[in-house]
Write a protein of this length. Sequence first.
Length: 312
Amino acid sequence: MEDYNKIIESLGVKFVKSRHIQMNQPITIKNFYDVQNSLTILYDGEVSFAVEGDDEPQEVEAGDMLFIPGGKHATVTYGSSNLAKTVSNEDFMTNRDNYIQSGYDPLTIGKLPNSFGLVSFEAKVFDTVNFFTSLDVPPFLIKRDDQIANTINQILAEDMNDIAGKGRVIKIKTEEVVIEIIRYILKNKLFVEQLVTNSTYFKDPRLIDIFAYIKDNLGGDLSNKVLANVANVSEDYVGQYFKMLTGINPQDYIEYQRMEKAVDLLRTSKKSIRAIGSDVGYKDTAYFCRRFKMMFGIPAGKMRRRESLMNV
């Protein structure tokens, strides 16, 4: 338990967005994906989800929560699966107003038919590596938990109001949500093998140095030769060393970090797609766009338009 306390102390948690959402029509989103962690609480209606390898979708009951770690794919159905229209992640992101609508009255939270609440956030160890993704935690169901539910409702209400201290309260409440998710996993002994296997690398200072270097140099040279110098290991060994501790090879990890940063820039800056691609290490804009579409299922330009609409 002491190890988890140290990890929790090292976590940097960042609130991204919250939404109180009402479904306009039943839909099934194939391969739903986002770089941020998302926690959805069902207030009323039907929701189910499936991850790769599932024989049958899992049903989410009213009061339950669906947690999807950033970078993990899931097929999610809102409404009756028998009536649901199947759409791609790109179609949903581009035409989301056809399928769902957001509510802005805190008095209606949890009281609308066919509705759910959503909180999206980052959780990074040493502000560098995505915690839940690095542990290989899959999307999973949190059965009715009043403490987490109440905290989600408080975040939604704070985000809808323009009052003093709003940002600070949301930050604190989002940190509470992350800690409660970790406690739920530990209490219910979920993903024991993944936690034992993948949490060990948080204790390796050389690997943490690599993570920090990658974060600070996404637009530069991140070859295995450079990483080997950072970790003070041989170039021939650094790829094996990284994969042994993390389960992925360093270049795959680097591409994910570059694309995650690209999404952040699309959401928060007015830079051109060419400039963003260059900032995260892609000198060939066409190649950057192809890799972006392959990873997220949506073109970079549509990601930017989607975010501008969501933030109105």
